[in-house]
Design a protein around this ligand. Sequence first.
Ligand SMILES: [Zn+2]
Length: 153
Amino acid sequence: MFETSDGKIRMKEDCIFCKIADKEADATVVYEDPHTLAFLDIHPLNPGHTLVIPKKHYVNMLEMPSEEAGRVFASVSKVMKGVQKASGADGISVGQSNGRAASQEVFHMHVHIIPRFNHEMMSGFPNRKKTHREELDEIGKKIRTAIDTSKHI
Ligand SMILES: [Zn+2]
């Protein structure tokens, strides 16, 4: 069970990220291994904004064994290089929030990989943008290719 942003306790079956991990919900997946999954945020701060999750449901990192958190961050390390290449970003922010007070919105542990650009530095954190499936699939394909070609890193 986990708490949603409206304070209701819900079962894991209602968890959108579990559904994505189980392939019951659609997402543009850019990376997958036995323990983790990376897919594009549908409300990206910038094109290529990616989320990395453990396949197993944990509300957040506070309740995860360190080993499991380590697996997620090993994937973050791989995926962020692909995101950087594919998006041409000048920098990458990696963000992870635990609990409503920390602005966690989906209560299945996840790590944000956010492409950042020099021209946005003055205006602070970018706003979420509307996007289309085609745009997500296009940048997703580029990220998958970039991850594949940098496997030796
Ligand atoms: Zn879940």
